[in-house]
Design a binder for this molecule. Structure first.
Ligand code: FES
Length: 319
């Protein structure tokens, strides 16, 4: 995958630490010791690996611009890895220089909610713990539900004990998955619910929260939620570039824009990182991403052009 991000830094991998089975924390710092752009809870960074792949990883620590000295990400070795986590685990060494994108946040934390429920599955604990740490710092007491397949997969066991309400669910010990519908019912209608984990968990979470107001439901996807729109046969007018392009069947808007040589930011090409979000000036997008909320999709002020298409025959974009 080729990477084209607007803002990328060269950072040094300064530490690798064990978290759980096949799960390591990677710490990146500026080689000259400079402060880094601040990261809010829920943020992720794109890591551009020397093998040409780009991967998005949530940050474990948030900070402000006066104190952000490093970025720490958690990476679980995926047995099906196409080269991302495998490369991180097998090839990366402390001291390596790596291109890292500035933090982006598609999973923001509402720090003013009266009650917060955080649900994590596996490596999804990374942004969830980052949020929990922040809420604790603010004197709040979030409910944490953390599910893993096996006991050896559980990370941060000691730290989680320091939270008032942290439940660790081990599938193998209960012969059952975490019952998210139960949690949502128990925690009440006023809570803000957050979930990061494997696809089936996110689907169960969204189904369990379906009756709640959308602004109380917060989900972080790391793989495509839907198939990209590839029907094509529409026109895209790029207002700033003064170009009109035809999107044929089988191609994405991003692909066509790139072929036309128009500079555009992108990274995951799966509708999960938000790097390719563009303002929509006219037309009705066919949203297929995991970034925009349902109200945002309905308003269609922006769209994610690596995977979304067009419901009519013409879109005008602010590109
Ligand atoms: S490139 Fe990541 S959402 Fe489009």
């Amino acid at each position: 995958m080729t990477e084209q991000l607007n803002e990328v830094m060269t950072l040094r991998l300064s530490a690798i630490n064990y978290l759980a089975r096949n799960t390591w924390a990677f710490t990146f710092e500026d080689p000259a010791g400079n402060l880094l752009p601040a990261a809010e809870p829920g943020s992720h960074v794109a890591v551009v690996l020397p093998n040409g792949l780009t991967r998005q990883y949530s940050l474990l620590e948030s900070s402000n611009s006066l104190t952000q000295r490093s970025y720490v990400i958690g990476v679980k070795l995926d047995p099906q890895s196409r080269g991302g986590s495998r490369y991180m685990h097998e090839t990366m060494r402390v001291g390596d220089l790596v291109q890292v994108g500035v933090p982006r946040n598609n999973f923001p934390l509402n720090e003013d909610a009266a009650h917060t429920v955080l649900v994590a599955g596996g490596i999804g604990i990374t942004p969830i713990l980052c949020m929990a740490r922040r809420l604790k710092e603010l004197g709040q007491s979030p409910r944490i539900y953390y599910s893993c397949r096996d006991r050896v997969d559980v990370a941060f066991t000691e730290e989680l004990k320091s939270f008032e309400h942290a439940l660790i669910h081990v599938d193998a010990e209960t012969n059952a998955f975490l019952n998210i519908a139960d949690i949502v019912q128990r925690e009440g209608q006023d809570a803000h619910f957050y979930c990061c984990g494997p696809g089936p968990m996110l689907v169960a979470f969204e189904a369990a929260c379906a009756a709640l107001p959308p602004e109380q439901i917060h989900v972080e996807y790391f793989t495509a939620k839907q198939e990209a729109a590839l029907d094509g046969n529409f026109v895209v007018e790029l207002r700033k570039s003064r170009k009109t392009l035809t999107v044929p069947q089988g191609k994405t808007i991003l692909g066509v824009v790139r072929e036309a040589g128009v500079p555009v930011s992108y990274s995951c090409e799966e509708g999960v990182c938000g790097a390719c979000e563009v303002r929509v000036l006219e037309g009705q997008p066919d949203h297929r991403d995991a970034i925009l909320s349902e109200p945002e999709k309905a308003a269609s002020k922006t769209m994610i052009i690596c995977c979304s298409g067009c419901k009519g025959d013409r879109l005008v974009l602010d590109l």
